[in-house]
Write a protein of this length. Structure first.
Length: 78
């Protein structure tokens, strides 16, 4: 099982971002203030259910976090 793709809208520093992942190690690299930490918090919220995304409203618009998870664990077991 691995995280395939995440889309985040209106969450902390992110207005609209989509990231795709591959099995194995993935890196988030970017300048300060581009949303790296916000993306990690959004992924943590979506995968663990801890936290409250409704409190992270940007300009009065509710946050949207969507995660796509590949459940085929045998093929991606490396």
């Amino acid at each position: 099982m691995y995280l395939n793709k995440v889309t985040v809208k209106n969450f902390k520093a992110i207005t609209d971002m989509e990231l795709s992942f591959t099995p194995g190690v993935n890196l988030l690299i970017g300048d300060n203030g581009t949303g790296k930490s916000s993306m990690l918090e959004a992924i943590g919220f979506k995968t663990s259910g801890k936290g409250d995304a409704s409190t992270e409203i940007s300009y009065g618009i509710p946050a949207e976090i969507t995660a796509f998870i590949d459940m085929d664990s045998e093929e991606n077991a490396n």
